[in-house]
Design a protein. Sequence first.
Length: 468
Amino acid sequence: MTEDQEITILGVTNFRNERKKFGIKTDDRRRHVYIVGKTGMGKTALLLNMAIQDILAGRGIGFIDPHGEAAETLLDYVPSRRINDVVYFNPADVEYPIAFNVMEKVNPEDRHLVASGLMGVFKKIWPDVWSARMEYILNNTVLALLEYPNSTLLGINRMLADPEYRKKVVERITDPVVKSFWVNEFARYTQRYEVEATAAIQNKVGQFISNPLIRNIVGQVKSKIDMREIMDEGKILIANLSKGKIGEDNSRLLGALLVTKIYLAAMSRVDIPEEERRDFYLYVDEFQNFATESFVGILSEARKYRLNLTLAHQYIAQLEEMTAMGKSTKVRDAVFGNVGTIIAFRVGAEDAEYLEKEFAPEFKAQDLINLAKYNIYIKLMIDGIASRPFSAETLPLPPKKESSNKEKIIRVSRERYGTLRKIVEEKIEKWAQAKETKQILTPQTSSKKVADKEKLKKLLENILKKKT
């Protein structure tokens, strides 16, 4: 069996009591899998079953979990031979923060994608204060910092508050539009307008970077996680973004940054022929938390870079966003326009009505509302063609081994990718001190200016005396 023909088991059919295992081929997974259903219906178990099969088959995967339990469960199923392949990203491990700098060494042609990804997640997290002006200034701030060496997200507030630092950054800008903003617009703001225009940004960004948990991850200059390496070498990235442990907004921010970085890594594979690109399977639970409008591009472009998505969430309205122009359905339309396989667990009445057009005439809205736990209706991609919808049951998780490798995986991953908290905080403090040093030197600078003025005054007096 060729790699393209390898099958990942999804469940057992239950039509007319004929129970047969069925699955999806690798080539069909490249057209993505979409899973929707209410809480507690079995979505997470299906994701885990698929991910476990990938791990045991030696494939590369990314598993982004905003709850945490599934990520921890997955660790129990990693065999000894793959311990060294695991990158366990757990922001709640505050003593050994993993360096993850989304702004590190971004190719010039990709800078707008990073900025767009950041704008998208900030817009989702701060809907109460978001405005066109805020987006305009913040976008230009991020684009400027992406051109400045050793930048991190910590530079956003410093760029807005520290004129000396801002001057250094602006000097390095090569993008004429971004440079024009800082030289011809921002520099001409009155002090009052500047404070008014940047206050909301500094307040909201400040809330993030004042949290040591986030600051110690995004504030490290050199990332320990190389997404391109993870994809090309078929490694296992497990992101435990537990909302309960790190907070919902922090979980969203880090998840969106991870998704953006994975997408950029996938697109960088343009430098190798398509047939040599190794398949990488990205699982995202509650993906609406990380699905910004830039996610639309991921859905349409990922396949050719062999980034194969399996996306799960609870209800379709989560994919709709309120914008200044009204309700946006871009993400929803991108999902249903690009995914090859659709799996529905029990859903609510509104979703059932929407999904009926995908599953009719075999299944009606009422059927979708009445599905039992672990039962699904599925429209499966088979050899590039969508099958007629059919009913099935998902499988329970395989039994765990008596001895789990979880603790060893966490230890090995921490040693390879984490840095001692004290070292991280010392480096960040040193970076921050540079700003404070300038502030400390300001009075001396002012004294020098006064001394220079006195010299000039005396010089003028002498000149005037000579003339008289």
